[in-house]
Design a protein around this ligand. Structure first.
Ligand SMILES: Nc1ncnc2c1ncn2[C@@H]1O[C@H](COP(=O)(O)OP(=O)(O)OP(=O)(O)O)[C@@H](O)[C@H]1O
Ligand SMILES: [Mg+2]
Length: 318
């Protein structure tokens, strides 16, 4: 099976200030997953579970503490600019932060076309840009010469997707791309992801709190909790017949992303986060309705079912 992206045993640690002093926080703990060509793979989980950290490491913005990242079977080298070498592009939460308010949006497009030598003339550049804008339901005419403030959040997010498409990426990493978009427009944005997958064969690493859109758009999903993937498999299986008590809780509570939070969030931890990150055994033991003695001291193993991976002591007797 082809794997566009493969992440093996990825760990990312930060030195964090805790009440008890500075300690090492394992924001991402030996996680493994892969993304196939033309697939939408989702990382879901509540705030502070390590989703953005995973994205930053895969994009090469942060260095892994350990583990490996492979693109088409080849290891990602340190500090590699994956958006140039591997056809990986990113879309972020707040499209208004992506574009400088004092610059016209089209200037970014022409800059990218120039930098990547995607066209030989102004006319060719315009056609190239127009083709990409049409993929997201816009045209060159609609956006030429306009500033970010002249667009709605939903339009600007579409524009950031078109911008990501300029270089014909194979993988788009979208970190909370709809959490700042009006609820009524969210589906239209995630629909676009589906369309890009079906029509262009692009894969998407979709990062979200929003299980409704995740369910609708994903092929496979991984549920993260305090740096660990606690359950992973086909979206139908994981969200409709979850095995892990945390997946069940998440499905029933559906926490919302905080729209005021930016990609470069404050790194201060809440007390709960701190306690759970430092917990021995299963990180979810403190909140788990099915907690057993072993959960408090022994880290659960990754258990493989036919259709899913589950990290939970409840199933270790199977
Ligand atoms: N640069 C950093 N230095 C220290 N700790 C960090 C740093 N970046 C992230 N963290 C910590 O790592 C943990 C995971 O953070 P991360 O931003 O990856 O979570 P997230 O799942 O993306 O959360 P959200 O849904 O709120 O965006 C958090 O406890 C966070 O405080
Ligand atoms: Mg995040």
């Amino acid at each position: 099976m082809d794997k566009l992206l493969e992440v093996n045993g990825l760990t990312k640690q930060f030195s964090q200030g805790f009440v008890i002093g500075r300690v090492i926080l394992t924001a991402v703990e030996r996680i493994s997953f892969f993304i196939k060509p033309a697939e939408i793979f989702t990382l879901a989980g509540e705030s502070g579970c390590g989703k953005t950290t995973t994205a930053k490491v895969v994009l090469g913005f942060e260095e892994a503490t350990s583990g490996e990242i492979l693109h088409n079977g080849k290891p990602q080298t340190r500090k590699e600019k994956v958006w140039i070498t591997q056809g990986v592009q990113a879309i972020f939460q707040d499209p208004f932060c992506t574009f400088n308010p004092l610059r016209t949006v089209d200037s970014y497009f022409y800059e990218t076309v120039r930098n990547y030598r995607l066209a030989n003339s102004k006319k060719e550049a315009m056609d190239w840009i127009d083709r990409k804008l049409r993929l997201v339901g816009l045209t060159h005419q609609e956006f030429a010469g306009k500033y970010p403030s002249e667009f709605s959040g939903g339009q600007l997010q579409r524009i950031s997707i078109a911008r990501a498409l300029l270089t014909d990426p194979k993988l788009i990493i979208a970190d909370e791309p709809v959490s700042m978009v009006d609820a009524s427009l969210r589906m239209s944005i995630v629909n676009l992801f589906k369309q890009l997958k079906d029509e262009l064969g692009v894969s998407i690493l979709y990062i979200t709190h929003d299980l409704a859109t995740a369910y609708y758009v994903s092929d496979r999903i991984a549920i993260m909790f305090r740096g660990n993937i606690v359950e992973m498999g086909a979206v139908e299986q994981v969200l409709m017949k979850p095995r892990h008590p945390y997946s069940k809780l998440l499905r029933d509570s559906i926490p919302q992303a905080d729209p005021k939070k930016r990609w470069t969030t404050s790194i201060r931890l809440s007390e709960l986060e701190e306690e759970e990150y430092l917990r021995q055994g299963c990180k979810f033991a403190g909140r788990c309705p099915d907690v057993m003695d072993a959960c408090k001291s022994v880290v659960p193993k990754d258990l493989y079912f036919e259709d899913a991976l589950v990290k939970c002591h409840k199933y270790s007797g199977n």
